[in-house]
Design a protein around this ligand. Structure first.
Ligand code: NAD
Length: 485
């Protein structure tokens, strides 16, 4: 599928709602326009999904058969990795090499969950119950069954369109669910290609149903729909709360949430400083800071503080920003004008509050939504830009003296997605891992994921987990059966 054919396909999708432009964030040009699918498209998608689920065309297949299809999906993602990456980098502005690297992770997520299809067993237990007035024992055989949740809504943001889709689709399909897929309105393009790949691999009709449109229309309709059994959502904490409310006032559908973050990075004076500084800088500047685990708060031990500030600022000034096709580009633009305004607004607010802008703080003087990687110091822990997620290439660097102080600072956030510590003192590193209030802690490494390990947020960064065994459990219900012997 060429890029042009994807653009044509989105433009010709049926829909009765508003016309939504798809903007190239690196040029601000309109790539295509499409119509919001609205509640009608959601109704139709849920009906198809329900029919496919009830018919057992997918949910009723032996796990080994589902596994074969998921392996084919993985192979096809590998085969089409270049096209998928081209579409995602055009639509998000991320450099092509980065989008391409992500595709192998996407293929692996299908392979990993293909393995689980044949291992979805419950537990068995012989239960003895004392019955009635006689006090005699009754022997029971008890066991649990793992059953697919049913029709699940998968709603995700623009920051990694294929990645976000695969992270949810692979475990949902492995579990045997039928899916409604809702990509972000800014980045619906690659989902069209993914839809074709799933069909070509042998996922039956009606099992995966793509609906495109806005969050307040299509997303809200999925969340409110009585025919949807569960919503798995990745996005902002604000919208996560709206989804919980809608589920609570509707059919009490289950909700899994992967939300925002304000991740701390601790750099001690005994760390391998060159590596720590490089990784801390890339951990916030890569993808223009539009990653949920971006390390947006760096804490440097006081005697290396100046060196860390200087090192991170040097990297901020040396990385090349540009459109995906430009040579040597490491960092692309912010996704949209709205997001750009939000990022610049945070920086302006910081300036008014007396924050020092060590470098950056401005939009690049060219077309496209480019923000110079920005380093801020003299940031009060009460400042809005310290507490709230900016989702841009903006980092606050603060000094600290000891463990207690830095743990208190790091944990002083409503978020708890990820945290990093750089120190050669291995005992201290493991003590910090216990004390840091975050769903993922990385020690002497940063931005690490593995399919086999669960990923989820503490506090207001989420409910539940993706990836690993927890990721597939999220799409399974447990039924308990007692049989009297
Ligand atoms: P967002 O919450 O605005 O949108 C995410 C998705 O939800 C989009 O598809 C959107 O259309 C939809 N949506 C919006 N309003 C809705 C509603 N009322 N009902 C249902 N769906 C609705 O988030 P965003 O700005 O697109 O993405 C950035 C956010 O995503 C950041 O907060 C980031 O931290 C978070 N994120 C988290 C993870 C994670 O794994 N924890 C990963 C990536 C991004």
């Amino acid at each position: 599928m060429t890029v042009q054919s994807v653009l044509d396909a989105i433009a010709s999708r049926p829909g009765a709602g508003d016309v939504i432009p798809i903007i190239n964030p690196a040029t601000e040009e309109v790539l295509a326009e499409f119509r919001d699918g609205g509640a009608e498209a959601v109704d139709a998608a849920v009906a198809r999904a329900r029919e496919s689920f009830t018919s057992g065309v997918w949910s009723g297949l032996p796990g080994s058969e589902r596994a074969k299809v998921l392996w084919r999906v993985a192979d096809l993602i590998d085969q089409h990795a270049d096209e998928l990456a081209q579409i995602d980098s055009l639509n998000t502005g991320m450099p092509h090499f980065q989008a391409f690297m992500i595709m192998s992770t996407c293929a692996e997520s299908f392979r990993y969950y293909a393995g689980w299809c044949t291992k979805l067993n419950g537990i068995a237990h012989d239960v003895q119950q004392t019955g009635g007035i006689t006090g005699a024992f009754t022997n029971m055989h008890a066991y649990t069954l793992k059953e697919p949740y049913g029709v699940v809504g998968l709603i995700f943001p623009w920051n990694g369109p294929v990645f976000n889709a695969c992270t949810k689709l692979a475990p949902a399909l492995a579990a045997g669910c039928s899916c409604i897929v809702k990509p972000a309105e800014e980045t619906p393009l690659s989902a069209l290609l993914l839809e074709r790949i799933l069909a070509e691999a042998g996922v039956p009709d009606g099992v995966v149903n793509l609906v495109t449109g806005y969050g307040h229309t299509v997303g809200a309709a999925i969340t409110a729909h009585p025919g949807v059994d569960k919503v798995a959502f990745t996005g902002s904490t604000v919208v996560g709360k709206q989804i919980v409310q809608a589920a609570g006032s509707g059919n009490l559908k289950r909700v899994a949430l992967e939300l925002g973050g304000k991740s701390p990075v601790l750099i001690y004076d005994d760390a391998d400083l060159d590596t720590a500084i490089t990784m801390a800088a890339m951990g916030i500047f890569i993808h223009s800071g539009q990653g949920c685990i971006s390390g947006s708060r760096i804490f440097a031990q006081r005697n290396v503080y100046d060196k860390v500030v200087e090192g991170v600022a040097n990297i901020a000034n040396s990385v090349k920003l540009g459109a995906p096709a430009e040579d040597g580009v490491l960092i692309g633009p912010i996704i949209s004008a709205k997001q750009l305004d939000q990022v610049l607004g945070f920086i302006e607010g910081g300036r008014r509050d007396g924050v020092e802008v060590v470098t950056g703080g401005n939009r690049l003087d060219r077309s496209g939504f480019f923000v110079h990687p920005t380093v801020l110091t003299d940031v009060a822990p009460t400042a809005r830009l310290y507490q709230q997620e900016i989702f841009g290439p903006v980092v606050a660097i603060l000094p600290f003296d000891d463990d207690d102080e830095v743990v208190a600072l790091a944990n002083d956030s409503e978020y708890g997605l990820a945290a990093t510590a750089w120190t050669k003192d291995i005992s201290r590193a493991h003590r910090l891992a216990k004390r840091l209030d975050a769903g993922t802690v990385t020690l002497n490494c940063q931005m690490v994921f593995d399919h086999s390990m669960p990923f989820g947020g503490y506090k207001q960064s989420g409910w539940g987990h993706e990836w690993g065994r927890d990721g597939i459990e999220s799409f399974l219900k447990t039924k308990t059966v007692y049989a009297q012997l």
